[in-house]
Design a binder for this molecule. Structure first.
Ligand SMILES: [Zn+2]
Length: 255
């Protein structure tokens, strides 16, 4: 008998509902059924702690076949019996291992990155070089965001998946040179909107006579950027908190 057979047996006996939920009165139903109790214990004998019948039935429902262990230290884990994650096993034995585990994973990621460049070919150095060469050859640009009129390959940005980052003056200069009719105008602060690791919009700010001013805003030529300007402006206001009378927006950007 395997896990599926036992599950079916428990469904037929009304201990698990056809929707695979544990019957709240399962204890009463199972009381005099030593055969079922034996079956449940037998199929979940991989559990290395003194689990209750309820926990064992949950394991059968979830088709768990191995004793879950802390992914950092290997300690035997017990099923959660209450809370948001009731009836599931945690990934680690506690907060100490949780944070250590995250650190180890981060380290592994970094090592992989060092060793192999990246799992993703396009993101690897070699892949990037190939992409770059193709872009220069075909479109005379180095960033796909700068391809003009490439409507077929327009980036369908999902606004909720964009990230606001502060970018350097150099990065801002390259972006505006490629996307803004006026080219780049020097500013003090540059905020960018990033989607899939590609800079798709940029806004720059400059302090002139104690007043902050929006200098430039533009979007990548082949991306639909929804509300990028208001997002970046709001971010600036949140971070810099200029008093309203010392901030004015020139509104001299193109979109
Ligand atoms: Zn642990």
């Amino acid at each position: 008998m395997d896990n599926k057979d036992v599950k079916m047996e428990l469904i037929l006996n009304g201990i698990i509902s056809p929707e695979e939920k544990l019957n709240v009165r399962f204890k009463k139903k199972i009381e005099k059924r030593n055969d079922l109790i034996f079956l449940i214990k037998e199929i979940t004998s991989y559990l290395e702690y003194d689990a209750t019948i309820r926990e064992r039935i949950q394991c059968i429902i979830q088709e768990i076949t191995h004793q879950p262990k802390c992914s950092f230290c290997g300690k035997v884990l017990k099923m959660r019996l209450s809370g948001k994650y009731v009836n599931t096993f945690p990934k680690t034995c506690g907060s100490k291992c949780f944070s250590k585990d995250i650190r180890v994973k981060e380290k592994r990621k970094k090592t992989n990155l060092k060793k192999y460049g990246s799992k993703n070919y396009l993101a690897s150095e070699r892949g990037k070089l190939t992409t770059r060469n193709t872009l220069i050859e075909k479109y005379n640009v180095t960033n796909p965001a700068f391809i003009k009129g490439n409507f077929e390959k327009r980036l369908q940005t999902q606004p909720e998946k964009t990230k606001i980052v502060q970018i350097t003056k150099k990065e801002g200069a390259v972006f505006f040179e490629n996307t803004h009719v006026q080219g780049h105008i020097v500013a003090n602060i540059y905020y960018g909107l990033v989607f899939n690791n590609i800079l798709i919009a940029c806004m720059s700010f400059k302090k002139i006579k104690k007043q902050w001013k929006v200098i430039q805003y533009s979007t990548s030529l082949n991306a639909d950027v929804v509300n990028g300007d208001s997002k970046l402006l709001k971010h600036f206001l949140k971070i810099k908190k200029p008093k309203l009378d010392i901030f004015y927006s020139g509104k001299n950007w193109q979109d």
